[in-house]
Design a protein around this ligand. Structure first.
Ligand code: SAH
Length: 226
């Protein structure tokens, strides 16, 4: 089976889960389009279409595909959205977001800003994104994402792909647009966490717990200590 066939099989499996993780046609299309095998290290390429997290270097992991799909669905990403991702890792999830907010040929393209604290990962992610055609739709920044990225704020959507402490970093709440959505795993540093969807309504934030999850820790000023 070639990579494309494997990717289709994975997407079909995710669509048929008992617990809904992949239901929206736009997200299905994005999952079918972005070549996950080009975002993982060469020796992990053959496992790229198994629904499992994989090591990407610097002690970090790319999430399992069902988690990428779920987070994209809950964020309600749409063409034109300005997105901030905290935790670039391989760049794969940023590419999925770009596929949704700035599809090829869009007359109203959005943009994805993504921050990573590991220099080596920033370098690799930039290469991965460029080689797969997302270089112009995604900007990769080296820094502490718990501070957000005020230069481009406010954002329609914010996605955090590392585990935050229970108290969500205040800059992320502040940099969300009124009516915007934040998706964030929060809880303990090294055990499990809960995935939350937070919607900003004026001065209020509606927070909803989705499910239990396990992510690598968010390290930074408003995250955990390294
Ligand atoms: N979204 C990634 C996977 C992320 S793993 C992908 O699709 O591959 C979580 C990433 O968050 C790790 O690379 C880790 O280094 C990064 N990270 C942790 N704390 C951070 C912080 N404060 N700012 C930016 N990146 C952070």
């Amino acid at each position: 089976m070639n990579f494309e066939e494997k990717r289709k099989k994975l997407v079909n499996n995710l669509k048929n889960r008992d617990y809904p993780v992949l239901t929206k046609q736009e997200v299905i299309n994005a999952m079918l389009t972005v070549p996950r095998h080009l975002f993982v290290p060469k020796d992990a390429e053959s496992s790229a279409y198994i629904d499992s997290p994989l090591c990407i270097g610097s002690g970090q992991t790319i999430s399992a595909p069902h988690m990428n799909a779920m987070m994209c669905e809950y964020l309600e990403l749409k063409e034109g959205d300005k997105v901030l991702e905290v935790g670039t890792g391989s760049g794969y999830h940023a590419a999925l977001c770009a596929e949704l907010v700035a599809p090829k040929g869009s007359t109203n393209p959005g943009h994805v800003y993504t921050i990573e604290r590991h220099k080596d990962l920033v370098k690799k992610a930039k290469i991965n994104l460029k080689e797969t055609g997302y270089g112009n739709r995604v900007t990769v920044i080296l820094g502490d994402g718990t501070l957000g990225y005020p230069e481009e704020a406010p954002y329609d959507k914010i996605l955090v792909t590392a585990a935050s402490p229970k108290k969500i970093p205040p800059p992320l709440r502040e940099q969300l647009k009124d009516g915007g959505i934040l998706c964030i795993p929060a809880g303990s540093k090294s055990f499990s966490q809960d995935l939350y969807i937070v919607k900003k309504r004026g001065e209020d934030f509606d927070s909803k717990r989705i499910t239990g999850v396990r992510f690598v820790p968010l390290i930074g000023k408003y995250g955990f200590e390294s």
